[in-house]
Design a protein around this ligand. Structure first.
Ligand code: BTN
Length: 247
């Protein structure tokens, strides 16, 4: 992993470049990284602010021999890797908000965009896109995200050089990935839950068709959110936006 690194000073989106490279048979473990992105993509069609040298903007091409149904496990794996890197390198205490937001002091520091290309039941490739806000000061975020977004520097008062952070990330990612391929998901699941934001709290979750109030108890093997409802049932939720009750 990371033996083939494509670096761009400026890219529209490392995610787009990674898709193109993967379609042209780029090897498993190819990494695309940019100093800045002019059209960074977030989840659900959102924009991702990627200012020059302020963070890690990278996409990793993976060709795992797993089923498409197991692909969400890779997103959870990536979230634990980002949490590990932040805990190893900084004094911050990161948490993971399901499905894949990294928070420091309740504010978003990093996000993951996992995209899969599969045919029938075979994965062609998976692109794991990682955006981590590292050296922004609070006033460098656009007004629209100011209250929700933060960076490592804003929360720890320390600037972090980006390149060693990327090296640490690739090192930890490779370890976690090898462990996952060899031993399966259970180590990641435990780690994910140990970083989970407000496990055991009552949440309100907005899915496509309903709104459910329940206790957040963990994640399932398939990456679903596990909740415990009032009538004593455990349910899985695959997509939606979570709202926490305060207090
Ligand atoms: C999110 O919405 O939380 C996911 C954000 C993912 C952003 C990263 S930055 C590198 C890669 N290239 C992109 O255009 N997006 C991802």
């Amino acid at each position: 992993l990371g033996r083939n690194i494509i670096h761009r000073a400026t890219a529209d989106s490392t995610q787009r470049i990674a898709h193109q490279a993967a379609r042209n048979n780029a090897a498993h473990g190819t990494v695309i990284v940019a100093d800045e992105q002019t059209a960074g993509k977030g989840r659900m069609g959102r924009q991702w602010n990627s200012a020059k040298h302020k963070g890690i903007w990278m996409s990793i091409i993976l060709r795992p021999a797993i089923t498409p149904a197991a692909a969400p496990q890779l997103t959870l794996l990536t979230a634990t890797v980002l949490a590990d890197v932040i805990s190893e390198v900084t004094i911050a205490k990161p948490t993971i908000k399901w499905p894949n937001d990294l928070l420091i002091n309740h504010k978003k520091t990093a996000g993951i965009l996992t995209e899969m290309q599969a045919e029938q039941d075979r994965i062609q490739y998976i692109i794991v896109g990682i955006g981590m806000n590292v050296n922004h000061t609070a006033d460098e975020f656009p007004v629209s995200v100011k209250n929700k977004a933060t960076s490592v520097k804003s929360e720890t008062a320390n600037e972090q050089p980006i390149v060693p952070l990327i090296q640490q990330l690739l090192h930890d990612f490779e370890q976690a990935y090898d462990d996952f391929i060899e031993h399966g998901f259970s180590n990641i699941k435990n780690k994910w839950e140990s970083y989970a934001y407000r496990i055991g709290d009552t949440i309100r979750i907005q899915t496509n068709h309903t709104e459910i109030e329940a206790v957040f108890t963990g994640v399932a093997e398939d990456g679903a959110l596990l909740i415990h409802t009032d009538n004593g049932e455990t349910q899985k939720v695959y997509s939606g936006e979570i709202e926490w009750f305060h207090g």
